[in-house]
Design a protein around this ligand. Structure first.
Ligand code: PLP
Length: 277
C-alpha cells in the first residue's frame, strides 16, 4: 500500500508542541506523508502565547488550491482556523472533496490564553464544518461552546453533550474529558459517539502534565488512521494510544519550564503503542 497523504490545516507554533508543527511530526511518526497549510502564525513557547497573526482567507485559499491542484490527499485534519474568511475558504474547499475523511479539532483558544477562532468564524464552524466532520474532537470547553450548553460536569453530562454534538451533524464525536475534575479512580474519561454507539473510553491520568498540544496530536493521529481506511471508532482508539505514548514519552524532551509537549516516538513501533511497563 502506498504511503497516504494527510493534509493538516492550522496554525504555526514555533515551539513545536502544538499546531502544524505537532501535526506534521505526528503524521510523519505514524508513517504517513504530511502536507500543511497555515491559517495563522503565533509567537509562543510551551507556556505562553504572546501574539497571533491570522493569515487572510485568500492566502489560505491560495495555499490549498495550489496544493490540491497537484497532490491528492487521503484525509484532512483541521485545527485552529483564526478568521471567518479562512473558515469559509476551508468549508468551500471541502465542498469540492465530499468523500474525503475530515478530522475537525474545533480549536477555540490556546490553553495559554489567546483566542485562535474569531467570533464570526464560529457560525461557519457550526453550520458548514461540523456537519462535514468525519470525526469531531472537542474538549469540554469547545463542546460547551458548540452546543451552547453549560460545561459538562460528569460522565453522564459528557454523554449527553456528545449526543448533542452528533445532532449538529458530525458523523462521529470524540469528546475529550481531560478537563473534567479528577474522579476517585484517578482516570480520564473520553466519550466516543456515532449513530450506532456511545462509549466511555477510560484511561489512567498520566503524570507529568499539564501537556502542550495533546489535542493536535490526537486529531492528527486520528486523521492518519482515517486516511488508512479505518472506521472513526478505530481511529479514535488508535489516536488515544498515540496521545498516551506521547505523554509517557514527554519526559525524554528538553522542554522549558512550561507544559510539556508530547513525544510519541518514544513508545511507538511501526505506528503502534508499545507498553514497556
Ligand atoms: N497554538 C496553536 C497554533 C494551536 O493550534 C494550539 C492548539 O490547537 C495551541 C497553540 C495550544 O495548544 P495547547 O492548548 O495544548 O497548549
Amino acid at each position: 500500500m502506498k504511503v497516504p497523504n494527510v493534509l493538516a490545516i492550522g496554525g504555526s507554533d514555533p515551539s513545536g508542541g502544538a499546531g502544524i508543527q505537532a501535526d506534521v511530526r505526528t503524521i510523519t511518526a505514524l508513517g504517513a506523508y504530511a502536507c500543511a497549510a497555515i491559517t495563522l502564525l503565533t509567537a509562543q513557547n510551551n507556556g505562553a502565547v504572546t501574539a497571533v497573526w491570522k493569515v487572510p482567507g485568500r492566502r489560505v485559499r491560495a495555499q490549498l488550491e495550489t496544493l490540491l491542484a497537484e497532490v491528492s490527499v487521503q484525509a484532512i485534519k483541521i485545527g485552529a482556523l483564526g478568521s471567518r474568511s479562512t473558515a469559509r475558504v476551508v468549508a468551500e474547499v471541502l465542498e469540492g472533496l465530499p468523500e474525503l475523511p475530515v478530522v475537525l479539532d474545533p480549536v477555540h483558544r490556546a490553553s495559554a490564553g489567546p483566542g485562535l477562532l474569531d467570533r464570526g468564524a464560529r457560525g461557519v464552524l457550526l453550520e458548514r464544518l461540523v456537519p462535514r466532520a468525519t470525526l469531531l474532537t472537542p474538549n469540554l470547553l469547545e463542546a460547551a461552546s458548540l452546543t451552547e450548553t453549560g460545561l459538562p460536569g460528569d460522565v453522564a453530562g459528557m454523554q449527553e453533550c456528545a449526543r448533542r454534538l452528533l445532532a449538529l451533524g458530525a458523523r462521529a464525536v470524540l469528546l475529550k474529558g481531560g478537563h473534567l475534575p479528577p474522579n476517585e479512580a484517578g482516570d480520564v474519561v473520553d466519550i466516543y459517539a456515532d449513530s450506532s454507539r456511545v462509549e466511555e473510553l477510560r484511561g489512567t491520568r498520566i503524570a507529568g502534565g499539564p501537556f502542550h498540544g495533546s489535542g493536535c496530536v490526537l486529531a492528527s493521529a486520528a486523521a492518519v488512521a482515517l486516511a488508512r481506511g479505518e472506521t472513526p471508532f478505530r481511529a479514535a482508539l488508535a489516536a488515544r494510544q498515540v496521545v498516551r505514548a506521547g505523554m509517557e514519552g514527554a519526559v525524554s524532551l528538553q522542554a522549558g519550564g512550561g507544559p510539556r509537549p508530547l513525544w510519541p516516538l518514544a513508545r511507538l513501533e511501526g505506528g503502534r503503542y508499545v507498553d514497556e511497563r
